[in-house]
Design a protein around this ligand. Structure first.
Ligand SMILES: Cc1cc2nc3c(=O)[nH]c(=O)nc-3n(C[C@H](O)[C@H](O)[C@H](O)COP(=O)(O)OP(=O)(O)OC[C@H]3O[C@@H](n4cnc5c(N)ncnc54)[C@H](O)[C@@H]3O)c2cc1C
Length: 223
């Protein structure tokens, strides 16, 4: 589906844990995307410091009746995020979507590696797998330095996934090298997170012989 512009309305804000928040918006009629894609969200009629738009991965699936995004909002947020948090229910934002190539290849074993909020497109892909006719077990390595793992119970409820958590860099690297030792280049490695996270994990994968063609990236430029 080609990216188009839509006006959507806020349905719900949820404080997930610590600095993590999710936002559900109305889904435009007929809107379809491939799980893993993102959109650009723009505040309407608001003058603000910096850009009035940000890219966010769509964390919901096509089956869910809303569009979910999730983000980290610190105690001194950008004006964009402050205004996101201050949106009233029913208030409108502009969405340009869908975009991006972070898409699941159901023909190959998947190793998902999420850095913190990088879990958003992976939630979308993994929850959509419920409807895929797949017998294979995929792997998720979920790394979060503050030991909080948004969406973990939903992810664990899917039967076709083994989930490993890590709250530090070294254990994350160990989980990844253990996984490489098992699957090597017989899996696709899906990396999602900040540019620093994705760069570091890419180097680790390559040092251990994983081919560039076996790595799929979703880089959250801006973090
Ligand atoms: C394809 C794609 C998908 C993405 N998906 C997601 C997603 O699902 N969830 C998500 O959270 N992000 C996602 N991002 C990143 C997102 O677009 C933002 O760039 C990111 O959330 C940071 O936004 P911000 O408003 O907090 O920081 P920005 O205002 O963009 O600032 C960038 C940096 O400056 C710092 N900064 C900002 N304001 C201040 C201030 N007042 N004082 C001091 N420092 C400041 C911030 O800490 C940040 O490190 C995605 C990006 C891309 C390209």
């Amino acid at each position: 589906m080609k990216a188009q512009e839509y006006t959507i309305k806020l349905l719900k804000i949820e404080h997930l844990d610590k600095e993590y928040y999710s936002f559900d918006f109305s889904k435009p009629e007929g809107f379809e995307f491939v799980e893993g894609q993102f959109g650009v969200f723009t505040h309407v009629n608001k003058v603000m410091e910096g850009k009035p738009f940000r890219a966010f991965s769509i964390a919901s699936t096509n089956e869910e009746p809303f569009l979910k995004i999730a983000t980290k909002i610190t105690s001194s947020p950008s004006e964009f995020k402050q205004r996101l948090l201050n949106l009233a229910l029913g208030e409108e934002v502009i969405l340009r979507a869908p975009m991006g190539d972070f898409k699941y290849d159901e023909t190959q074993k998947a190793v998902f590696i999420a850095g913190g909020i990088g879990i958003t497109p992976i939630r979308s892909i993994i929850l959509s797998m419920k409807r895929l006719n797949e017998n294979r077990l995929d792997t998720l390595i979920y790394s979060e330095l503050e030991s909080t793992y948004p969406f973990s119970s939903e992810l664990e409820s899917t039967k076709k996934l083994e989930v490993f958590y890590s709250a530090d860099i070294e254990p994350t690297q160990k989980l990844i090298t253990d996984t490489i030792n098992i699957y090597q280049n017989k899996a696709l490695y899906y990396l999602s997170g900040s540019p620093g996270f994705v760069k570091g994990i890419t180097e680790l994968l390559k040092v251990h012989g994983i081919l560039e063609t076996k790595i799929i990236y979703d880089v959250f430029v801006g973090y």
